[in-house]
Design a protein around this ligand. Structure first.
Ligand code: ATP
Ligand code: MG
Length: 196
């Protein structure tokens, strides 16, 4: 069983990469009020044929050639089922794929999100020709609205102004920037605290 949801994100996003996506959206929605944890990964890749889509939760459905099982989707499906949720996959050949994973936020079997910042910076630096867009929202009971953080590799490249993500210091800066930004979602007063 997967210890971190961030590793599921990596798995599903790697499917999109192998599906020749040009753009990959990674969207995380945490709503503690509704007790929901939602992960969407949406790509514009080659899509999954209808026949294959029917059996995709089965480990024996894979187009890999060097081994006979594919575990990415079955694993995430198991995690969702264990956590009072479900996995849905919508896909159209030549258009793209949307993987939608839902879990109960407070379910004791729900793995923690884990080190999503490292997962993201790994993806960004491994596939510089793909546009990644990350969006993460977080809402606790009683908050008037969710706090939202979003970053695309397009925006990131503008900030970095030509410095490659593969440079170790840049890589670490981006990782820490993501870590801090995502951690700050849980603390809506963080900015005003700094000002006062
Ligand atoms: N986003 C996607 N675009 C195109 N095809 C996909 C996508 N996601 C999954 N597939 C197809 O579904 C199959 C099963 O995916 P799954 O992640 O379960 O296993 P895998 O990728 O084959 O192996 P593993 O995840 O264990 O490395 C893939 O082999 C691929 O053919
Ligand atoms: Mg896979």
């Amino acid at each position: 069983m997967m210890k971190e949801l961030a590793l599921h994100v990596l798995d599903i996003a790697e499917n999109s990469v192998r599906g020749e996506a040009k753009t990959i959206d990674i969207i995380i929605e945490e709503d503690l009020e509704k007790d929901r944890f939602v992960l969407d990964i949406i790509d514009d890749g080659k899509g999954i044929p209808e026949e294959m889509l029917k059996t995709i939760r089965n480990p024996f459905t894979t187009t890999r050639t060097h081994r006979k099982v594919g575990m990415g989707i079955p694993f995430l499906n198991d995690t969702c089922m264990m956590c009072g949720g479900k996995l849905t996959i919508d896909s159209t050949v030549s258009v793209g794929t949307k993987v939608h994973a839902e879990m109960e936020h407070k379910n004791i079997d729900r793995p923690p999100l884990g080190d999503i910042a490292s997962t993201l910076v790994n993806l960004f630096s491994s596939y510089p020709d793909i546009c990644f867009r990350y969006q993460h929202s977080y809402k606790e009971a009683g908050w008037p609205e969710a706090q939202v953080f979003s970053l695309s590799t397009e925006e990131l490249n503008e900030i970095l102004d030509g410095m490659p993500l593969s440079t170790p210091s840049v890589y670490l800066w981006v990782r820490d920037f993501l870590r801090d930004s995502i951690a700050a979602l849980k603390d809506p007063d963080a900015e005003s605290d700094e000002e006062s």
